[in-house]
Each structure stands twice: as structure tokens, then as C-alpha cells.
Design a protein around this ligand. Structure first.
Ligand code: SLL
Length: 253
């Protein structure tokens, strides 16, 4: 591990995509948690979630605080760690709160960055959607299944990140969370455990995307990281040239 550095990488901006949303479902005698008020008709979940197979959300996001309606006590819920769904469901990481209730409301979402970022928390909001919404077809489908999902795509931009954050945001280890360990040896074994589409007994990933994970997708992501790194190195070179020019000018004075 390199020593933590608060120095900023000049001229570099890195963005990260993520999702904020809510999911709700009808409470039935089968799925109804014990001891909740009779007026509660819905179960729901509010979340900050990674995009499918995206780089590790926790490389920049440390924790999330959700501010609920004052009916809920405690009203502020600090979620310190993410849960990860199986690779077969996209390996999505979520910071989330699950509750039950009857009414919709606006939820405050405060994103706390990892300490190395040296950035203040960011505020977002999210509407807790319980009623079916969208086109008539979409509403019909939601009524049929009893499930309602509303999700917003979000982007966060790190302008001139600290050197330590830059390391984290460009590191290949950001994809390690997708590689479920199977006890096998080496990279091939880790890759073979990535998804159900990998042929039995094979250590290789499928070449083409099959909706789970593939070498093509992985190479694409690694290529993207390489490009980001190269761009950053190029702009560092520019900055250094600029610095040299300035000191030459100073010497000339
Ligand atoms: C509002 N939409 O914004 C209204 C009411 C209330 C939500 C939302 C019950 C929670 C509980 C519940 O669903 N409250 O019983 O603790 O004011």
C-alpha cells in the first residue's frame, strides 16, 4: 500500500455511475413480518446501488445515511456496509434500508465518501414509490406482480481527486468483488466462478457477453481503466511541462 496522500491529481476528473431507487411489494399473510402495525400494507426497500458489474462502489462510497419520514424511529438510518447480490444477478452492491408502511414520502440520501477522498458528504433525495406508475402497461404489470420499482441513474464526479483516491478509482482490484472465491488456484479458477454461463469444468470465461460476465466485458473495463490512467498520466505530463516552463520563466527574471 502506498502511503496515503492528500495531494490532488491536477487536471483529472473521474466519474462514477450509480443508482438510487426504491422497491416495494404487497404484504401478504405469507410474507408479513410479525408485530408490525395492521395499517402497514407494503414492504419496501430504499437503496443506493451499483450498476451491473460496475467497478466496486465501495472504492469511493463508505456509507449512506437515509433520512426517513418522522413516523419512522429512528428517523436517520446510517448504513455502514453494502450487501452484494450473487454474480448471476449482476453482482450488484447495495446500501439499503428495508421497512414496512402504508405511505409514500421523500427520503433524504446522504453519501459519505471514503476518508481518502477528503470530500464532504453529498446530498440526494429519492421518492419512495409504492403505487404503480408509468404507462398503462407498466402499471398493469406492477399491479399483477404487486411489485413496484423506481430507479434513477446518478453520476458523481471527482474533480482532481486525491492521489490515494485516484489509485483506488483506477485500480484493477475494483473488480475483485465480482470474483467469488471457490478455493481453486489462480486467476482462471476465480474467473470460472464468475457466472453460470461458464461451461462446466472450464477455467475460461466465455468470449462474448452472455448477460453475466465475459472476457469481452472484462477486457472492455480494463481497457477503459487503461485509457483513464493514460489520460491522467498525459495530463500529469502537461502539468509538469507547465511547471517547468514557469520555473524557467522565473529563473529568467
Ligand atoms: C407524508 N405521504 O409525506 C405522507 C405520509 C407516511 C408514511 C407518509 C407509516 C409508518 C409507521 C408510514 O407508512 N408512514 O407506521 O411507522 O406526510
Amino acid at each position: 500500500m502506498p502511503a496515503a496522500s492528500n495531494k490532488r491529481v491536477k487536471g483529472v476528473r473521474i466519474e462514477r455511475k450509480f443508482l438510487i431507487g426504491s422497491e416495494s411489494w404487497n404484504l401478504t399473510p405469507e410474507n408479513r413480518p410479525k408485530g408490525i402495525p395492521e395499517v402497514h400494507t407494503k414492504g419496501w426497500r430504499i437503496y443506493v446501488r451499483n450498476v451491473d458489474e460496475g467497478p466496486d462502489l465501495t472504492s469511493w462510497l463508505q456509507k449512506v445515511q437515509f433520512k426517513l419520514h418522522s413516523d419512522y424511529q429512528p428517523q436517520n438510518r446510517m448504513i455502514e456496509s453494502s450487501v452484494t447480490s450473487a454474480a448471476a444477478s449482476g453482482g450488484r452492491q447495495s446500501f439499503q434500508v428495508e421497512e414496512t408502511g402504508w405511505g409514500e414520502f421523500q427520503v433524504g440520501v446522504r453519501l459519505y465518501y471514503v476518508g481518502e477522498a477528503h470530500e464532504k458528504p453529498q446530498e440526494r433525495t429519492c421518492w419512495l414509490q409504492l403505487e404503480p406508475w408509468g404507462s398503462d402497461e407498466q402499471k398493469e404489470e406492477q399491479k399483477r406482480t404487486g411489485r413496484v420499482n423506481m430507479e434513477y441513474g446518478e453520476v458523481i464526479e471527482f474533480n482532481e481527486p486525491t492521489e490515494t483516491l485516484f489509485e483506488r478509482l483506477t485500480s484493477e482490484t475494483q473488480f475483485d468483488y465480482l470474483r467469488k472465491k471457490t478455493g481453486g488456484k489462480g486467476k482462471g479458477a476465480a474467473r470460472a466462478s464468475l457466472g453460470q454461463s461458464v461451461p462446466q469444468g472450464s477455467n475460461e470465461m466465455p468470449e462474448k457477453a452472455t448477460g453475466v460476465f465475459s472476457r469481452e466485458a472484462e477486457d472492455g473495463v480494463l481497457g477503459m481503466l487503461e485509457n483513464a490512467k493514460k489520460q491522467a498520466e498525459d495530463s500529469l505530463k502537461d502539468v509538469n511541462l507547465e511547471r517547468e516552463k514557469i520555473s524557467e520563466q522565473k529563473r529568467g527574471l
